[in-house]
Write a protein that binds this ligand. Sequence first.
Ligand code: FDA
Length: 395
Amino acid sequence: MQDWNVIVIGAGAAGLMCAIEAGKRGRKVLVLDHATKLCEKIRISGGGRCNFTNIHTTPSDFISGNKHFPKSALARYTPNDFLDLMAKHKIKYHEKTLGQLFCDNSAQEIIDMLLSECRDARVEIKNPVSVQNIRRLAPKSGPENFSLESSIGTLTCSSLVIATGGLSIPKIGATDFGHCIAKQFNIPMTPIRPGLVPLTLNQEDKDFCKTLSGISQECIASVKKQSFKENLLFTHRGLSGPAILQISSYLEPGKTLTIDLLPAQNIETELTAEENKKKSLTNVLAPFLSKRFAQEWVERKAQNRTPADLGSNKLRAIAEGIHKWSITPAGNEGYAKAEVTLGGVNTKDLSSTTMESKTRPGLFFIGEVVDVTGHLGGFNFQWAWASGHAAGQAV
Ligand code: FDA
């Protein structure tokens, strides 16, 4: 039997940040992970360069059943706090676009930094370790609140932190462990589904996208009042690219999204311009949409005639089709391709300052397992750092 002040299950972004902060406070901390290789999500993130934060982070960049919940943790651990840590470890980074910060070299530098901070804070990390059973101990049996049956024996602790993340990319170790623990302790969950995920289409739309596969187009993708102006990517399976990933988190199954394929242009003005009347429709559209795109669009939506032949009603309908392309996806590519899991442990049960369960004192949930999901662009790691930091001050 080994006694610890704090046991963290999950040695990912949130778990390691929590362990570091708790260790620095002199707590005796053990981190357990079932994976053979630690921090795989950090390693593969941002195309191997880890988009580790976003300098423009605000609470409105997060989706949660309670939009106020992330405020406290985000205010107490900001992107600048993480940049201070990067500076301490002399890790170079750059802004790619829209406040998104990436390592100049490799995501491995972030992993090395976290593991080095763990060593300095005397945090012990053990992996691969599986946890089979968790029990809450009766208060009279001592200060240890929880007993864990694991592949390295029985462990006890006063604070137990669940940092096992979401369900995306099961092949690198994602599990529903955190969700199961919430259920075991009667902690409510909000419905979960893949987020930041490519969309799949019905056969007709899919055939169209297939012909355009590889083309990227700036657009505004919208669902209700939410919209994102970023690039869309046509793929042989459907639609992807940052605009689509972003809007996927707001798109409920079976609902329709609208795409403005030419946000910087009023294409109706071009279609009805005197100098364009005798040109083929493809040639009028080609300077704005790529030639291949213009050809396919015209073939699908209108005959390739001249604007003069088509008449104003038809031209208006073509313009509307480009500015308000309505798509009802068949579904999405699921957890195998999703960057995040939407939903999770219901924030109603958690303290927003400490991430501790209100109904199960001593039990904490941090990172992606909680019903807080960031937009694309470094926000999910910022939530992992901030929620891990918040719990690290309290465990
Ligand atoms: P995380 O998933 O990082 O860690 C969970 C840990 O728990 C893992 O080490 C896992 O092995 C362990 N675990 C799971 N089940 C267990 C069990 N049963 N027993 C023991 N251990 C268990 N975000 C961002 O801000 N910028 C980016 O660039 C990217 N890029 C990106 C790319 C890809 C391909 C994906 C899939 C995701 C991203 N993300 C991202 C999202 C980001 O990776 C994610 O939100 C954070 O890693 C979440 O951190 P957590 O610590 O909560 O979970």
